[in-house]
Ligand binder design. Structure first.
Ligand code: GLU
Length: 327
C-alpha cells in the first residue's frame, strides 16, 4: 500500500516534469530567424533560401530554424531589420552604404548605427529592358513612354533614378513613371501596359527569363553616359550583362554595357552572436555546396564575399572569419 503511494507520487511527479518542463526546454532550444529577400523572380529570394538551407541542415546542432520571406527589396529589408521585424536581409551594397551614412532613403532617419554586415554575395547589374515595338535604344528614347522605375522599398529604384539623372532625364516630367514591384513588370510588358522597366538583379534571373520569353519581343537597352555616376558614387562599378543567359532577348551582341553593385547579407547588432556565427560558418565551411545552389554565385570566392561591405561586421561573423584566418 505504502509502496503503491510512493510509486504513484513518483509517477505523478514524472508526468508533471514531462508536461511542465519539456515544452519550455524545447522552446528555449529553437531560435527562429527570418531572412528578408525580394520578389520571387529575383535572385534574393533563392539566395535567402540557399542560406536558410545551409543552416537548417544543422538544426539539431544549432537550434536555429531559418525561414525566408519575399519582400519589396533592399530598402524594405534594411528598415525591417532596424525595426526588429526581420533578423536578416539581403540588400544592395549601395543601399547598405547609404543606410550606414544616413543618406538617400535614410536622410531623415539618420545613420543606421545598428546595421551590421555578414557577407557579400553575387554581383548585380542595373538593367533596362524595353519592348522592341516601343523603339527604345538608349535612355533618351524613354521620353513619353511608360516605364517602371521600381517600388519605394526596392533597392533598384534609386539606381534607375541615378541612371536617368546622369542622362539628363527627370522621371517626374519626361515619361510616365510606374512604381511597380519587380515581379509585376514582365507581365505588364507582355500585356502592353508598360514599354520598359529597370531592375537591379543577379544573373540569370527568373525575371528576365519571363520578360524575354513572351510574344512581345523584348531587348536589353545599353545604359551609357554613366561616367558622372562612377565618379560620384564609390559603390558603382561598370559592368556588362551577358546575353547568353537570356536566349529569348532580341539582342545579338554578347553583352550589354551598364553598371552594377553587389548583393550583401545584413543584420542587426541586436541579433545574437551565436545565430550570425552559425549562418556564416555553414555558408563558408560548405562553400562549394553553397555555390552550386544558384548560377549567379559562379564567380564567388570566400575572399570576395568579405568585400563591398560598408557596415561594421557583426561580431558573430567576425568570430568565424578570425577563426579561419579570413580576417
Ligand atoms: N536588388 C533588388 C532590390 O533590392 C532585388 C533583386 C532580387 O530580388 O534579386 O530591389
Amino acid at each position: 500500500m505504502k509502496k503503491g503511494i510512493v510509486l504513484s507520487v513518483a509517477f505523478l511527479f514524472a508526468v508533471v516534469m514531462i508536461m511542465g518542463a519539456a515544452p519550455t526546454t524545447a522552446q528555449a532550444k529553437v531560435q527562429f530567424v527570418t531572412i528578408g529577400t525580394g520578389g520571387i523572380t529575383g535572385v534574393y529570394y533563392p539566395t535567402g533560401g540557399a542560406i536558410a538551407k545551409m543552416v537548417n541542415k544543422k538544426r539539431k546542432e544549432y537550434g536555429i530554424r531559418a525561414t525566408v520571406e519575399s519582400t519589396g527589396g533592399s530598402v524594405f529589408n534594411i528598415n525591417a531589420i532596424m525595426a526588429g521585424d526581420l533578423e536578416f536581409g539581403v540588400a544592395q551594397s549601395d543601399r547598405q552604404y547609404q543606410a550606414v551614412k544616413g543618406i538617400a532613403n535614410w536622410k531623415d532617419k539618420g545613420p543606421q548605427k545598428d546595421l551590421r554586415a555578414v557577407f557579400s554575395i553575387h554581383p548585380e547589374s542595373v538593367d533596362l529592358i524595353a519592348a522592341v515595338d516601343a523603339n527604345i535604344n538608349c535612355l533618351a528614347d524613354l521620353k513619353g513612354k511608360r516605364v517602371n522605375v521600381g517600388n519605394i522599398g526596392s533597392g533598384y529604384r534609386k539606381n534607375a533614378l541615378d541612371a536617368l539623372e546622369a542622362n539628363g532625364l527627370d522621371y517626374k516630367k519626361d515619361f510616365h513613371a510606374e512604381s511597380l514591384k519587380a515581379a509585376e513588370a514582365p507581365g505588364l510588358i507582355q500585356d502592353g501596359r508598360i514599354d520598359a522597366a529597370f531592375y537591379t538583379v543577379g544573373h540569370p534571373s527568373g525575371y528576365y527569363k519571363e520578360a524575354t520569353s513572351g510574344v512581345r519581343k523584348v531587348k536589353f537597352v545599353p545604359i551609357t553616359n554613366i561616367e558622372s555616376l562612377l565618379a560620384k558614387y564609390p559603390y558603382y562599378a561598370k559592368s556588362a550583362t551577358l546575353m547568353k543567359n537570356y536566349p529569348g532577348a532580341v539582342n545579338t551582341e554578347a553583352s550589354v554595357p551598364t553598371f552594377g553593385v553587389k548583393a550583401t547579407l545584413v543584420t542587426s547588432i541586436k541579433v545574437p552572436d551565436n545565430v550570425v556565427y552559425a549562418i556564416t560558418k555553414e555558408v563558408f565551411d560548405n562553400f562549394e555546396t553553397f555555390k552550386k545552389l544558384h548560377p549567379a554565385y559562379e564567380g564567388l570566392t570566400k575572399e570576395s564575399m568579405l568585400t563591398g561591405l560598408s557596415a561594421p561586421f557583426h561580431p558573430g561573423a567576425l568570430k568565424y572569419y578570425k577563426e579561419v584566418g579570413l580576417k
